[in-house]
Design a protein around this ligand. Structure first.
Ligand code: ADP
Ligand code: ZN
Length: 724
């Protein structure tokens, strides 16, 4: 049954990891604690039981903007959902309340303050509730990074609704918060589901933060029309960066907490609706971003810890298609964070923050698989390198860095440990800076001895020497470089030093350019992209008409599949992942028509199908899926044989049979339903005057599946029409 709902409403064929397990636990009436990373599909875990179980589900969600999008998405899929929060006009609110009280809703989204409002719980008592889903459940914990006082009301939920399952969901990994959630919500022996934090579709990359702007520009120009977020540390840099990008013709805007709410929501809306493709933002941007087709996230500055970094990159690739996370890091960022941490009064807390920063730096400067480092950080063991990060793709070369180290350390020694990183490099490279001559640095023995390396290379090597403990930066003395006991071993005991040859900004730029060439696709690839663009525009037009974000209509993943398979019949269209019954009905015809037109204009041929051919020959009248089932039935195949042959679940064929009977076809149903059962259902329907299947379903204590109910009613209709 959950699987049928998955197909019927959401158009997906298979569950993602843990979804089915969570759903089963909810059907068993258990409280659940669900910890899954962003984008892993948490919402379906409660949406499916909400649809399948009798009664209405209450979903508590802290973000008003997100609530609307989620409800829009559900409605587009044909699910009866609504929301109540402070943004609604009075009349609208009354309408939703009435629908709820009339039992017309499968899901009601509410903001926490709506529950705090005096009679919140009382209101819910007037209707059969099948479950409470608490989204972003970490908001209840003062330990979490986003405590919301309104969530406190939820503490009474189990007491007020004993026996109704409460599902707490969050992407927060940290253990204290997890425990807190279960305790505060008073969950009873909750079933715990903790998914892997791995997001294998996100490519991980880090680069030193030099020449960021040209790198970012070519990165974006290599990805036309792709949506992305650039996180910056300061409000000002978000603004400046956006200006620079716009000058290059990139549709970019900035977003930060200093803007007024209207401007902020304008930017957010435009981004959600694919009207702008890039947002340069501080971390204030993102909590309310449910956009599934963010293709990349760039960190213009290094975040202060891995939790933040991971959450931010997690906003990309929610649709499961490839995404790219590019981190820039520089010593300047680290210095900013250190300063901020040094102002923290609570020493213990400051120490924790310092350690977290340290781990973040190690990640940024890593010379081994980045995904392994990340997952280790989240206490997950990954035994193999991922093959999908910059380190795995271009393993750094180890070089003998002894001479480099000797030159650098000896210069530090001769400069009497009195200069910072930049001056040291300038001296090594023999710069003509005026202050070098003023200070007589040009007279020391190592002056100009490092000309063979670029400024950036030197910076990389020096950073490594610092990390390896051969040099120290004195934070209390304006970051002047100091020698350490280990430096003496290099200077006086000929200790060998291994360094890693890092890629320079120039090399990264060159690589980006080469990637642009490589992206120049084969003609068919280009045609496919063209069809994708064509469908994207159609989606945009429809989204505008309905005033919803485009991904609510179809995800990028669905569009990709459409562009690859180019379905020209509704039946083929129904096989696209993400096309449920409602979307097939609403959008199938326009999309199929657009594809047909595209084929007619361009002679485009879809990718050869991988399984049985799904595109019917154009000259034949197109058959519906049910008609194909009928043909097979008439050839003598049973329901199960048809299901097997067509690769469908039996329920789908069952549904075809019902449809065929409704269409007046003759189908022998004696194997599917007994006469006794048929009579029982018909009698109940007449007695209840039930207009909705759900009422019948509940009448029979949910023991008779919907399809059977439908079948009985179809038989009734047939009998009535033939007058028997
Ligand atoms: P989360 O709440 O965990 O961040 P969502 O529930 O928003 O994630 O799901 C992320 C995306 O994955 C959505 O576009 C959703 O439609 C899609 N999705 C969820 N479950 C499946 C599935 N079983 N098969 C395909 N796509 C899925
Ligand atoms: Zn890797």
């Amino acid at each position: 049954m959950p699987r049928e709902i998955l197909k019927k409403y959401f158009g997906y064929d298979a569950f993602r990891p843990l979804q089915e397990e969570v759903i089963t636990a909810i059907y068993e009436g258990r409280d659940c604690l669900v910890i899954m990373p962003t984008g892993s599909g948490k919402s379906l875990c409660y949406q499916i039981p909400a649809i399948g179980l009798p009664g209405t589900a209450i979903v508590v969600s802290p973000l008003i903007s997100l609530m609307k999008d989620q409800v829009d998405a559900l409605r587009t899929a044909g699910v009866k959902a609504a929301y109540l929060n402070s943004s609604l006009e009075y009349a609208e609110q009354r309408r939703v309340e009435n629908d709820f009280l009339d039992g017309k809703l499968d899901l009601l989204y509410v903001s926490p303050e709506k529950i705090s409002a005096a009679n919140g719980f009382g209101f819910f008592h007037r209707v059969k509730i099948n479950l409470f889903a608490i989204d972003e459940a970490h908001c209840i914990s003062t330990w979490g990074h986003d405590f919301r006082p309104d969530y406190k009301t939820l503490q009474g939920i189990k007491e007020k609704f004993p026996g109704i399952p409460v599902i707490a969901l969050t992407a927060t990994a940290d253990r204290v918060t997890r425990r807190d959630i279960a305790q505060l919500l008073r969950l009873q022996e909750p079933a715990q589901f903790i998914a892997s934090f791995d997001r294998p579709n996100i490519y991980l990359e880090a680069r030193p933060g030099q020449q960021r702007i040209p790198q970012i520009i070519s990165f974006i120009e290599n990805r036309p029309n792709e949506a992305g977020i650039i996180y910056c540390l300061s409000k000002k840099s978000t603004e400046q960066l956006a200006i620079k990008l716009r000058k290059r013709g990139i549709k970019a805007e900035h977003y930060h907490a200093g803007m007024n709410p209207e401007d902020r929501s304008k930017v957010q809306e435009a981004f959600l609706k694919d009207e702008i493709s890039v947002v340069c933002a501080t971390v204030a941007f993102g909590m309310g971003i449910d956009k599934s087709n963010v293709r990349w996230v760039i960190h213009y500055n290094m975040p202060k810890n891995i939790e933040g970094y991971y959450q931010e990159i997690g906003r990309s690739g929610r649709d499961g298609l490839p995404a790219h996370a590019l981190l820039f890091y520089s010593y300047a960022d680290i210095r900013v964070w250190r300063e901020i941490i040094s102002e923290i009064e609570n020493r213990e807390f400051a120490e924790i923050q310092r350690n977290k920063l340290e781990r973040m730096m190690q990640f940024a400067e890593a010379v081994s698989c980045r995904r392994r480092i990340l997952l280790t950080y989240f206490n997950e063991d990954k035994a193999e390198n991922c093959g999908h990060c910059d380190i795995c793709k271009n393993p750094p070369r180890h070089i003998d860095g002894t001479l480099i180290a000797q030159k650098a350390l000896s210069a530090v020694y001769r400069l009497k440990e009195s200069v910072g990183l930049n001056m040291l490099i300038d001296v090594l490279r023999g710069s003509q800076r005026r202050d070098i001559f003023l200070n007589n640095y040009h007279l020391i023995k190592t002056y100009g001895k490092g000309k063979d390396l670029s400024f950036e290379q030197w910076r990389n090597y020096l950073r490594q020497l610092i990390n390896l403990g051969y040099l120290e930066m004195a934070p209390d003395e304006k970051m002047v470089l100091k020698l350490t006991p280990a430096s003496n071993r290099v200077l006086f005991e000929k200790e060998q030093v291994q360094l890693v040859d890092m890629q320079t900004a120039r090399e990264h730029l060159a690589r980006e350019k080469a990637a642009a060439k490589a992206r120049q696709k084969s003609p068919r690839q280009r045609a496919r992209n063209q069809l994708f663009e064509h469908l994207r525009e159609l989606r945009m037009k429809l989204a505008r008409e309905k005033n919803v974000p485009p991904y609510v209509i179809f995800s990028d993943a669905s569009l990709e599949e459409m562009a690859a398979k180019a379905p020209t019949s509704l039946e083929a269209f129904a096989n696209i992942s993400g096309v449920g019954e409602m979307k097939l009905k609403t959008y199938g015809p326009v999309f199929v028509q657009a594809i047909e037109e595209f084929i007619a204009q361009t002679g485009f041929k879809p990718d050869p199908p991988t399984a049985e051919p799904i595109v019917a020959p154009l000259c034949e009248p197109k058959k519906s899926s049910a008609e194909i089932t009928l043909e097979l039935y008439q050839q003598g195949l049973s329901l199960h044989e048809i299901a097997e042959k067509r690769g469908f679940v039996p329920a789908t064929i069952f549904a075809h049979f019902v449809q065929l009977i409704q269409n007046g076809e003759h189908i022998d149903t004696s194997d599917l339903i007994s006469e006794e059962e048929t009579q029982k259902i018909i009698a109940a329907q007449e007695q209840l005057q039930a207009s909705k299947l759900k009422e019948l379903f509940e009448h029979f204590d949910e023991k008779i599946p919907y399809e059977k109910l439908r079948l009985a009613l179809a038989l009734k209709e047939r009998r009535e029409s033939v007058g028997s």
